[in-house]
Design a protein around this ligand. Structure first.
Ligand code: ATP
Length: 318
């Protein structure tokens, strides 16, 4: 039995919403989903919903401050979305990427999602999203959202390269590496050379990542210790740099080692984007301002960039 305590600042769970929640529990059990994500326009009694979900994790995603407040008050995992005109699909995509970055869900999970399409407030729709599919549809917009000075073209080139290195390794061996993109003068000041820099002495125009030969060299050199430094225009400025930014005050998920700490620290200290490829798992993580903002799991097939998602759903009356 649902026992939603209706207070002034919470919306009651209508019979329709309760039925949808019950259906989502059944679906999550049948599909062995670890999480049910509610893209919520209004604050419900999230604690009661989590009680009913039992071991299935409730995740609340929203761009409404009063919903975030309610989730915080109820001690429920939440994802704050940027408030911007966007389709529900975009919001869902963003929620799942953020959920992955925060390690609330993992690649391969089937996540049951609830959201409003036809109603203005209450959830009215359920879908099941398998995260492999979602990730292969990473859009350019997901990178655009990072609101960085680094042009999208450069970010895409580096993310693609990082994913290739994570997926393929080199000569049958897995390879880990890192890239720091943007604000390269400051990054150079906050790092030092360990081995002789193979890019030194070349003119800038011979070090553009747009050039496939340069990308091949980067893949080969990814085996050396340290980081690549990339200018915003996509020029490789240096390789094998050891980053010296302090990691004070940062927090990272358990299990991430020195490469990831160095990435988080440099992104915080220099306002750059750091991209780490894990040697042990091939996972690519993007760091901005000291935190993971995007996580991409290695996939069998190359990631396909899409400029946009599917047609917008009918207006929700917003
Ligand atoms: N401050 C740093 N600057 C540049 N590179 C670094 C720095 N610290 C560590 N690294 C790189 O990370 C490598 C060691 O990675 P370590 O295994 O400790 O990290 P990790 O975060 O667990 O990464 P992985 O998942 O790849 O194992 C080093 O060989 C070096 O190339």
């Amino acid at each position: 039995m649902w026992s939603s305590s209706v207070s002034d600042n919470r919306n009651s769970l209508s019979p329709e919403v309760t039925s949808l929640l019950e259906a989502s529990i059944k679906l999550a059990k049948a599909l062995k989903s670890s999480a049910i994500l509610i893209l919520s326009e209004v604050p419900y009694d999230f604690r009661e919903i989590q009680n009913q979900f039992k071991s299935i994790r409730l995740i609340v995603a929203t761009d409404k401050p009063k919903v975030t407040e309610a989730a915080k008050e109820d001690d429920i995992d939440f994802i704050e979305l940027l408030h911007e005109p966007g389709t529900r699909q975009n919001q869902l995509g963003q929620s799942l990427l953020e959920g992955l970055a925060d390690e609330l869900i993992s690649n391969g999970d089937s996540v049951v999602t609830l959201y409003a399409v036809f109603n203005r407030e209450d959830v009215d729709t359920i879908s099941v999203i398998t995260l492999g599919d979602q990730l292969s549809r990473l859009t350019s917009r997901d990178l655009q959202r990072l609101e960085t000075q680094v042009p999208l073209e450069t970010l895409r080139l580096v993310v693609d390269l990082a994913c290739e290195i994570g997926r393929e390794g080199r000569e049958g061996k897995s390879v880990g590496t890192m890239f720091v993109v943007g604000n390269h003068r400051k990054v150079m000041q906050m790092s030092h050379e360990q081995v002789h820099d193979p890019f030194r002495g070349y003119s800038r125009k011979d070090c553009k990542l747009r050039n496939p030969r340069v990308r091949e060299s980067v893949k080969e050199l990814a085996q050396i210790d340290g980081s690549f430094v990339i200018a915003s225009d996509g020029t490789v400025v240096a390789a094998g740099r050891i980053l010296d930014a302090p990691a004070d005050g940062l927090t990272l998920s358990k299990g991430l080692g020195s490469r990831h700490w160095a990435s988080a620290a440099i992104s915080k200290a220099t306002n750059s984007i750091a991209i780490a490829v894990s040697e042990s798992t091939g996972t690519v993580r993007l760091f901005q301002d000291g935190v993971v903002v995007l996580r991409i799991e290695p996939m069998d097939q190359a990631m396909k960039w899409r400029e946009d998602l599917i047609e917008p759903p009918p207006s929700t009356g917003d």
